[in-house]
Design a protein. Sequence first.
Length: 424
Amino acid sequence: MNSDFFMECAFAVMLVLIVWEAVASYVQGKNYYRLNVFLADVSNGVIFGMAGVFILLGALFVYDKIETGFSLSQLGFQFFRYDNPWAWVVSIVLTDFLYYWFHRHAHTFNILWACHVTHHSTEEMNLSVAFRGNFLQRIFEYSYFLPMALLGIPWEMFLFSHRILKVYQFAVHTRFVGKLGFLEQFMVTPSNHRVHHGTQKKYVDKNHGGIFIIWDRLFKSFEWETEEPIYGLTKPVRSFNPLTVNLHVYREIFQNVFKAKSIKDALGIIFKEPGWKPDYLRTPEDEIKEPAYTEKYDPKTPNGVMVYVTLQALVLAAVGIVIWKVAKLNLSDPTTLALVASIIVFSLFSINRTMEMKRWSRRTEFIRNLLFSFLFLGALFYSNTPQLQFFAIPLLGLSVLSLLWIWFKRKTFFDLTQISNTWI
């Protein structure tokens, strides 16, 4: 049992399936993928993955302390052994059951919705959507699994079960698979999960299961897919910026709490259902519309800029994966890792601003490439990592070429008449 090896193999398969689905979508003219949405998914996935390394370490530390100090295993209950196949079955089913309640509550309480809304913010449905997660979600999600520690389930067994759940969830984010007969009755299928991402009133807050749909049927949160869902949010966020997509509900909660006239209303804004406000704060914009939108968010970015953004995003994704891998193997210098991760987040923010043609994005891109140039130079001169030059020199060259491109294209980077007046 090696959950890290399992996830690495699964991740490779996921990438192959995404490429296959994207190519099939293009060949068949289905338009299930848009480059700008895909890049936004990648951006959120990189941030989610980097933050997840540190959150997971903290969560497993707490989990292990509970399991080894306060669980039933300390009283002699030894059911959850690695050599007991039924222990694995129970662990996977219990993981899915507890995840159902976290997922349902993430659609029930505004403070939890704030950490889950990112996943629903896309207006597309394809396999890459599975990577679109809020970097804070795992803090809340892992707390729901602590009862497993009390039962004496070792953290390795829980982690493997949780990763099976996440890999399964990846597979159901697709429009290529129709209904699957009798499996629809008790499994989460692509059809069942498409409902969960729908904005129509009959679909909102339905089908929360991760692997098994039986929890939704048992606890009255199930709905059949009867028509193609309109994917996204009932109140569209209209942005690819990963900071906006990750934090916009927290910002709204913060702003509304300060406008509340009583502690009761302030607590209601935090803990009641998503979008709840006292009547004196409600506006016509708060009413749920159906359809939620009539036109997808799709800035008309010039082709040259999209080529530039795509190249930068792929490089950032690769660097993010390297940081994720290094962080898992070596946390002896967390300050450096945190610094580099911050530069990555700023970079993803910058390239998404560029893709949306936001004001000042050329300047943030210039700053970003300058930072990367210094970062790679510093790595070459001060790092003892073997064969680092084969990684750092090409990236340094790309950063320098990008700086030159931005400088010479500073007057024609994109059409200024299309730029939004907003900063973010």
